[in-house]
Design a protein around this ligand. Structure first.
Ligand code: GDP
Ligand code: MN
Length: 378
């Protein structure tokens, strides 16, 4: 789950990370009041859960009161990656002398949490990592999450030259570490961390992502969820207890188990096709889930064929077949159904489907080839 900059700023403040004075506004009158309190010039920052906001025109400077309303309205009319803008952060405009990147992320290859610092802040950090990896410094915590002092100085000093800045940044990192672990984050990032004309340091942007699987133990965080930025089909699937991720291809997939679902998508790709989604109906054997899965997949207009790949363990193939037949009864399914059932009660399942004119395949390879072929032909 992602949260907005203004929400992340509140969390930063609680942990002593220096942020820029600002407040959130939904209309221009409100913004004018905030700007008056803060003092001009101010920056208006569109609150969207999408990257590259600055480049998309989502950040605007306002020098004086007369310009505020017009600029605010311009920003309200802007769309960033198809998203409209409802909330705008009004913040004091800082005179920025230097921009840095600091953050904490999960390093999947090292199976560890990594602290990152770079003097090339502000811009696209992924591009810097590709083109100039030397400009990005990394630090790994000790096993007990403590900091090794010698290694710490080697990490921080090449990026922040001034010793008072080194102290401030160390305190900032300590705050970020607390935020990261206390909230089960997957990313905490300040880009840019800025130094102004007086040599003061502030977080000029704030980004926090959370591990969805740990949200159940962070009610306060979960409350910040903004559904307007989430895919409506993915949200609906979540309500049905299905793990669903939308993709770009035309082969709709319904599979039981995340591993088999990934394997199915790999095989589709290797056979020359493209999956339209990841969908795991789970290990249960509920016909209703199959019905809902087909419902969700049919909403995607790119889907030309539906591939159902089930390996029955706890899941019983005849229950899956019942779900498919129920879906055929209730829904207008124009895409062909390609079904492979193997495992518990496969005979019963296959018979139910065959009786109703749905052909089944006994191997995954055959089913995938057929689905990819139909996807290509349509
Ligand atoms: P992002 O594009 O969503 O990452 O938006 P940021 O909040 O990081 O802002 C992008 C860029 O706008 C920053 O790197 C700064 O160069 C600039 N910016 C943001 N706030 C201020 C500010 O208060 N003063 C100045 N001078 N520049 C700012
Ligand atoms: Mn940024």
């Amino acid at each position: 789950m992602k949260i907005h900059e203004y929400q992340a700023i509140e969390i930063f403040q609680k942990e002593g990370v220096p942020v820029i004075d600002g407040h959130i506004a939904s209309e221009s009158g409100e913004a004018a009041g905030i700007a008056k309190k803060i003092g001009y010039p101010v920056v208006l920052k569109a609150q969207v859960l999408a990257g590259g906001r600055g480049k998309a025109g989502g950040i605007k400077f306002v020098e004086k009161q007369e310009d505020l309303e017009k600029t605010f309205r311009q920003l309200q009319e802007l769309k960033i990656k198809e998203y409209g803008i409802e909330k705008i952060l009004v913040a004091r405009a800082v005179d920025i002398k230097e921009e840095f990147y600091v953050g904490i992320a999960v390093d999947n290859l090292r199976n560890s949490v990594v602290l990152i610092a770079s003097s090339s802040g502000g811009i696209d950090i992924e591009a810097t990592a590709r083109e100039n990896p030397g400009a990005i410094r990394k630090f790994y915590l000790n096993k007990d999450k403590s900091i090794d002092k010698t290694r710490w100085l080697e990490f921080i000093c090449p990026v922040f030259k001034d010793s008072s800045h080194q102290q401030t940044v160390t305190a900032i990192f300590q705050g970020l570490i607390r935020i990261f672990f206390d909230n089960d984050c997957s990313l905490v990032e300040i880009n840019p961390l800025v130094i102004d004309g007086q040599g003061e340091i502030f977080a000029a942007d704030a980004k926090i992502n959370f591990d969805d699987n740990a949200l159940f133990r962070h009610e306060d965080i979960y409350k910040m969820r903004d559904l307007t930025f989430e895919d409506p089909d993915e949200r609906e699937a979540e309500g049905y207890g299905l793990s669903f991720v939308k993709l770009d291809g035309n082969v709709g997939c319904i599979v039981n188990g995340a591993g088999l679902a990934m394997g199915t998508m790999d095989m589709i790709q290797l056979t020359g096709g493209q999956p339209a989604n990841f969908l795991d109906v789970g290990g249960s054997s509920d016909p209703e889930k199959v019905l809902n899965a087909i419902k969700i997949i049919l909403k995607n207009k790119n889907v030309k064929v539906i591939l159902i790949n089930i390996f029955g363990g706890i899941t019983r193939c005849d229950d899956i077949a019942k779900g498919i037949l129920e879906a055929k009864k209730q829904l207008d399914i124009s895409a062909p159904l390609i079904v492979r059932l193997a495992g518990t009660n496969e005979g019963e399942g296959q018979e139910l489907l065959t009786q109703n004119g749905i052909r089944t395949f006994s191997t995954m390879r055959e089913a995938v080839s057929q689905a990819v072929r139909l996807g290509r032909e349509s």
